[in-house]
Each structure stands twice: as structure tokens, then as C-alpha cells.
Design a protein around this ligand. Structure first.
Ligand SMILES: Nc1ncnc2c1ncn2[C@@H]1O[C@H](COP(=O)(O)OP(=O)(O)OP(=O)(O)O)[C@@H](O)[C@H]1O
Length: 738
């Protein structure tokens, strides 16, 4: 044994040989492995005779010379770590040498390894290398470790098929010359002097990066590795970046595919918090906004407002026009409030932006300073607020009260985020989306205003897609969608939609309002059903393509099979409810069996509601309910009413619109109407009763028509009169500043 003199002898070798097997040529049986650890060996020249060795392990000795390896052509694995070798690869290359560990030696210069074509794993940690070279032709090298050397620059690795590279504990200041390492998956650059992640951006297969104990200080540096979608593990421990506020959440947000950061698993809660903090979904921001205003409101003296719910099922009526900036919603809101001033008053929001040329305080907005705006928040004066393009916008309760006090519905315009916030409140407005379908036209319109910068225009134009997406993905979010490329057409459509919401019929070119209620009983439900189907059936298609014309007629042949199809339990329940209502009406118990549903206005279907609930008429709340003694419709006009509804295919009901309009003049959902139609003879019998005037609700044609001024106050079925506005739309000065 060479314990004393450090010389390896045949006797020692015979002790440490193992793995008897076939030689590489397959002609002999030989011992393939030799492993001699910790024996203070200095001289292993005896191994020149062991030419069949395939694996040689001589770690933790004092070996300086490894030339014996030149005689082992079949050697595959060599471990000579923890020795005193100074000569880099001082042996002739065994042609199948795949794995070499020469760590913890005293080598300082790397020489050309191009003849080691099979070399796959090379470990050279704890040596004295100051430069990487000689590896250019190592076409099989997948793992290279040069930890704890004196390397100050990454070089000499071009196009190597490396998957795992360790350069830990060197003097590297910059990540460079790595662009061609396209196969790299694991990179250890810890304990260096690196100050930026720049240089990693092209290493698409990276899954783990260790940069512990470097000089990285900027969170924004994470953006360099943001596109590395396979990156799961990142270690930035002991970098100055750790001191940045919310460092961990910020990095988790920027690198959302990470699963381990700084050796700690990233929890789902952390991911959600990060997203909520840095890119809050609209709902989260809306919830926060709502919470803020609720809390501040509750801190004030509680009073009853005109806009407080008149009753549980009759919310104060409001109309919200939404759409991207400058799509025309403000103009349309003003026009509407002038045109239908017996119904609507414009609700001016507060804003911190300065007035544009011609804008008057109180007319379009109340222009306030940032400090005043914040003060209003703290005084609990806002229903909702939002920041848009650096300015605050807020809807004050007083703005709504202004309209409510006059007995008018409040007409507002706001961005999508504002709508999400409104949906958290107990107000139940109708939401009409005004959507530019031609982006070029829309961009031109923005530019023509000469008010916006190019980035602002880009933001606004891009938001068209957001609106379209929300309308497509969240059925029921908007009650109606109206293309607004042509504002004149858009207004006509909007007016029609509103007439439907109001349950009003337009006469005389849309300038008079006929408040008479059509009598669907005498005109026949079947026909109404077809019209309803025509209006609502294409909803799914419309959501995808809102520019397409809507069919206003539905082929009865197509509908009929649906009528006779098997009923579900929901449909049966619906039939039962309808029968019940009709019976009650006939015996005079329920005055609302006909007029009540007629006056029902579809409720904005909150997207969170299950569709079953949305469809159930029991959940539909009127926007502008009438008094139970509201006028009845002249039967002779029913067909024009139907036609008007049918032609309102110009407007594009969103899914909620579908539901809402589905709850048509009879207050029935499509399902109910369908079922009702399917009732066949029994229904006809009931209808005959009604036609013959047996219902207590039936009034004589002509005797019921009211003037607009005599229509019902919106939001209340207790107050029958909607007070007229003497001088048209209110001027800014005429109402107190909220
Ligand atoms: N309280 C609010 N909540 C949410 N959005 C609001 C609110 N008030 C106004 N907005 C919206 O903020 C956006 C910016 O309004 P602003 O009036 O400054 O822009 P504009 O260029 O005049 O566009 P527009 O003609 O659409 O009003 C508009 O889309 C407007 O509808």
C-alpha cells in the first residue's frame, strides 16, 4: 500500500479494483473500475498497465502527474479532484472520455481540448483559471463548472451545447458573450460582481438562474429575463435589490412564471398579491374604490336621498353611456338629455383635469383641484372615482341627487373602469356601450380634437379592443352595444334603445313620445314571441360581430320545432308561474299580471349572476317602472310597437340586453314566452277571456294614453307623474353645484 511513500502498487490496485466485465473490445473479461480515495497517493504510474480501465477515481490524494491515463484508451470517467495537478489534461485523450473532474487542483491555464470530442461533463472548480479557452471544439460539452477560479470575463463559450454552466465565485462583472448558448438551462453566476441581468435575455431555455451575492440593485432589471418563459427558479439573495421596497412582490409580478425565488417557493397567495398590487384587475381596483367611498360615506351623517331606492325592486333609474374616450358618448349624453328632458338629466362628474376650450364648469364636468378632489373623497361625497390618463374623475352623490330631485333619471358617461365600479354600488343603471368599429376613423376623431398626445391616442384606440373583449367575454356586462362611427345614426339607435327601455313608443319621426302601453293580450303572444326571438336570437353572433345587421324576422318554421320540443324542469316551472299569473289576473287578484310585467324593465344582469338567475324574470328589476295604474295600450297600435321593437335590431343588445329585452312587455323571459306559446289551447282560452274584457286591467283603447308629462316618475311606481322640465335641459347655473 502506498500509504507511506505515496506510491500505488499492484497490490493496492488489486484491492481497489472492481466491476469485472467485458473489455471495450468485448474480447476479454477485465476489471473496469478503480477507485482509490484519500490515500495520500503521489505516484500512480503503475496504472499505465491497467489499460482496460473505464472508470478511474483518485480523489483526495497528492497526485501531480496523470500521464498514466494516456494508456487507458477506454476510459470514460476520470475523477482526479482534490489533488495537486498543475498540468491541464496532461495525458493523451482517451477517445471516449465523457466525464472529467479536476476540481480542487492547481491548474491555471486551459489548453485546447478539441481532441476530447466526447467530453460531456467537465468540472474544473477551485483551480486558478483566469480565462476560459480551449473548449471551442468540445461539441458534446453539456456541463461545465469553473466555480471559484479567477475568471473575470465570460468568454470562450461560443456555441457550446452547454445545458449547465457554473461560474460561481469568480470575478465576473458583466453577463456577456452568452447569446449563443441557446441550450443553456441552468446558470450559476453566484458570488460574482454582476450588476445587471442584461445578457441573459436570449437564453430562452433557462430554467434556473443563481445570482446570489452579486451587485444587482434594480428591480427593473428583471425585465431582461421577463421573456424567459421557462425560467422557474431565480436566486437574488444577498444582492442590493433585496433592500428595494416590496422587492419580492415586484419580482414575482414581473416574472410570473417563477416558482422559486431566493430558495423559497412562491405561493399562490404571493402571486395573487403581486398581481393585485401592480396590475390590479379592474374588479379589484373597483372593489377598493368602492370600499374607500363606502367607508368615507359611512363616516358622514346619514341622510335619505332622493335617489335612495324607492323600494327594493325599483332602483333609481340611471343611464350610463360607456365607451372609449371621445367616442361621442359625452355628446350623445347631452343630446339625449336635451331631447328627452322629461326623462333624463345630465349627471356631471368632477374632474381634476383642466377645462378644454369651451367647457364650462358644471356643464360637462365640475372642474376641481386635486386637493379639492381628495377632500371630497374624504368627505364621502363620491359614489365612484377613477384615474384616467393622470387625472381623477369622480361621480358625486350630489350629481345624481341633482337629477333625482327633479324627478329625472340621471344620464352619465364614463370609462369601462367606471362601469365596473358602478356595478359595486346599489345603483342599477342601464349600461349602453358606444363602440367605434372603425379604429382609423376613431383615431382620426381623436386627432382632430387636437387635445391628445400620440401615446394618449394609442391608449384610447387600444382600449377599443378592451371594450370589445369585455363585451364578448362577459355576457351581460353591457345592456346594449351601439356602433358609434356615425354619431347621427348612433343617436337614433340610442334613442330607440331608450324608448324600449322606457317602454315608450316613438311617433312622428321620433319627436313625440307615446306612453300608451301596447296590449299584447289582444295582439297575440305568438306574434310577439317571434319578434322577440328575432331580436334576441342572434345575440351570440352579435357578440362576435356587432356590426352585422340583425335579423328582424324570424322564420316561424325554424322557431316552431323549438316550441314543441321537450320541456325542461325550469321551463315547466316557468309555464306554471305564467299560468298562475294569468289566472290571478283573470280573477282580479293581481292587478299587475299584465301591466306590471309590461312595465318591467330588464335589469342589468350582473355578470356574476348565474345565467339561470339572470333569465328568471323574478330577478329582473324594472329600470323605469310605471305605476300599477299606468295607461294601457291601444290595441290598434300594438303592431307598430312590435315593429318598432323589431326594427330596433339596429341596436345591438348584449347578452344582458338579450335577457332584459327577453323579459319583454309581458314581463316574460324568452323561455317563458316560448313556454307560453307552447301552452296551446289553454292559453288561447285565457286570451279569449282577456280579449273579451274580463280582466280588470283591461282599459278601453284611447282612454289610457297619457301625455309625456303624465308618465310615471322614473324609479318609483308610487309617484305616477314625471315632472316636466319647463325650460328643457337644465343650464349649469340652474342647479346648485354638487
Ligand atoms: N366618473 C367617471 N368614472 C369613469 N370614467 C369617467 C368618469 N367621468 C368621466 N369619465 C371618462 O373619462 C374619460 C376622459 O374624460 P374626458 O372628458 O377628460 O375626455 P374627453 O377627451 O373629453 O373624452 P369624452 O369626449 O369621452 O368625454 C372619458 O371617457 C369619460 O367618459
Amino acid at each position: 500500500m502506498g500509504k507511506n511513500d505515496g506510491v500505488l502498487t499492484d497490490e493496492d490496485v488489486s484491492t481497489y479494483l472492481s466491476n469485472l466485465g467485458q473489455s471495450a473490445s468485448g474480447l476479454e473479461f477485465v476489471y473496469q473500475f478503480l477507485s482509490v480515495h484519500d490515500q495520500n497517493l503521489k505516484d500512480v504510474s503503475i496504472l499505465c498497465n491497467y489499460i482496460y480501465l473505464q472508470r478511474l477515481e483518485l480523489p483526495h490524494n497528492n497526485i501531480k502527474d496523470l500521464s498514466c491515463v494516456s494508456h487507458m484508451p477506454d476510459l470514460i470517467v476520470l475523477d482526479a479532484s482534490h489533488n495537486q495537478i498543475t498540468d491541464f489534461f496532461g495525458f493523451r485523450p482517451p477517445k471516449n472520455l465523457k466525464e472529467v473532474n479536476l476540481s480542487h487542483n492547481q491548474m491555471s491555464v486551459m489548453t485546447n481540448l478539441s481532441e476530447y470530442s466526447s467530453l460531456g461533463i467537465l468540472k474544473l472548480d477551485y483551480n486558478c483559471f483566469s480565462e476560459i479557452n480551449g473548449l471551442e471544439r468540445c461539441a458534446a460539452l453539456t456541463h461545465l463548472s469553473l466555480a471559484h477560479n479567477k475568471i473575470s470575463r465570460i468568454s470562450g463559450l461560443d456555441a457550446l451545447p452547454l445545458k449547465d454552466l457554473c461560474l460561481r465565485g469568480n470575478q465576473i462583472e458583466k453577463i456577456e458573450n452568452m447569446d449563443t448558448l441557446r441550450a443553456l438551462q441552468v446558470l450559476d453566476l453566484s458570488l460574482n460582481r454582476i450588476s445587471s441581468l442584461l445578457g441573459l435575455q436570449n437564453l430562452c431555455l433557462l430554467s434556473s438562474v443563481n445570482l446570489e451575492s452579486n451587485q444587482i440593485s434594480e428591480i427593473k432589471d428583471s425585465s431582461y429575463i421577463q421573456e424567459l418563459f421557462l425560467l422557474r427558479e431565480l436566486n437574488l439573495l444577498r444582492n442590493p435589490i433585496e433592500g428595494q421596497p416590496d422587492y419580492r412582490l415586484a419580482v414575482i409580478f414581473l416574472l410570473q412564471h417563477l416558482t422559486i425565488l431566493d430558495e423559497v417557493n412562491i405561493s399562490a397567495e404571493e402571486k395573487v398579491s403581486a398581481i393585485n398590487k401592480y396590475d390590479s384587475p379592474m374588479e379589484v381596483v373597483a372593489a377598493r374604490d368602492h370600499m374607500t367611498h363606502m367607508v368615507y360615506q359611512l363616516m358622514q351623517t346619514q341622510v335619505i336621498y332622493d335617489s335612495t331606492l324607492p323600494s327594493l325592486d325599483t332602483p333609481y333609474p340611471m343611464l350610463v353611456l360607456t365607451g372609449p374616450q371621445a367616442c361621442g358618448k359625452r355628446e350623445l349624453a347631452h343630446k339625449l338629455c336635451q331631447d328627452l328632458n322629461q326623462f333624463f338629466a345630465y349627471g356631471a362628474c368632477h374632474t381634476t383635469r383642466g377645462p378644454y376650450f369651451g367647457e364650462e364648469d358644471g356643464s360637462d364636468y365640475y372642474f376641481v383641484t386635486e386637493a379639492d378632489f381628495q377632500n371630497m373623497i374624504h368627505m364621502g361625497q363620491f359614489i365612484q372615482t377613477m384615474q384616467y390618463q393622470g387625472h381623477w374623475y369622480g361621480l358625486s352623490r350630489a350629481a345624481i341627487e341633482n337629477a333625482a330631485r327633479q324627478g329625472l333619471a340621471c344620464c352619465l358617461h364614463m370609462e369601462l373602469e367606471g362601469v365596473v365600479r358602478m356595478k359595486n354600488t346599489y345603483f342599477k343603471p342601464r349600461y349602453v356601450l358606444l363602440l367605434p368599429t372603425d379604429k382609423e376613423w376613431y383615431a382620426g376623431r381623436l386627432m382632430a380634437r387636437a387635445l391628445y398626445t400620440h401615446p394618449q391616442i394609442d391608449v384610447a384606440v387600444n382600449r377599443v379592443d378592451t371594450y370589445t373583449r369585455v363585451n364578448r367575454e362577459r355576457p351581460g356586462f353591457f345592456d346594449s352595444v351601439i356602433p358609434c362611427d356615425d354619431l347621427v345614426e348612433a343617436y337614433k339607435t340610442l334613442r330607440k334603445v331608450l324608448m324600449e327601455y322606457l317602454g315608450e313608443e316613438e311617433l312622428d319621426g321620433g319627436h313625440q313620445i307615446n306612453t300608451a302601453i301596447p296590449d299584447y293580450i289582444s295582439t297575440g303572444l305568438q306574434r310577439k314571441y317571434f319578434v322577440d326571438v328575432a331580436l334576441h336570437a342572434p345575440v351570440t353572433r352579435l357578440e362576435a360581430d356587432f356590426t352585422s345587421p340583425i335579423a328582424t324576422e324570424t322564420d316561424p318554421d325554424h322557431v316552431q320545432p323549438q316550441l314543441s320540443s321537450q320541456k325542461t324542469s325550469v321551463e315547466l316551472a316557468s309555464i306554471h308561474r305564467l299560468q298562475q299569473r294569468v289566472r290571478e289576473a283573470l280573477i282580479g287578484r293581481s292587478p299587475g299580471a299584465y301591466p306590471q310585467p309590461l312595465n318591467r324593465f330588464p335589469q342589468t344582469a350582473p355578470s356574476s349572476l348565474p345565467s339561470g338567475i339572470q333569465q328568471d324574470p323574478a330577478f329582473l328589476i324594472p329600470m323605469m317602472p310605471r305605476a300599477s295604474h299606468a295607461p294601457k295600450h291601444d290595441p290598434s297600435e300594438s303592431s307598430s310597437f312590435d315593429d318598432s321593437r323589431a326594427s330596433s335590431g339596429l341596436s345591438i343588445p348584449s347578452s344582458a340586453g338579450a335577457f332584459s329585452e327577453t323579459a319583454g312587455p309581458t314581463g316574460c323571459s324568452d323561455v317563458e314566452l316560448l313556454n307560453l306559446s307552447a301552452l296551446g289551447n289553454s292559453l288561447d282560452t285565457l286570451k279569449d277571456h282577456v280579449d273579451s274584457g274580463h280582466t280588470p286591467d283591461r282599459l278601453h283603447p284611447g282612454s289610457e294614453r297619457l301625455s309625456p308629462a303624465a308618465s310615471v316618475r322614473p324609479g318609483s311606481n308610487a309617484k305616477p307623474i314625471l315632472p316636466p322640465i319647463p325650460s328643457g335641459r337644465k343650464t349649469p347655473g340652474s342647479s346648485p353645484r354638487p
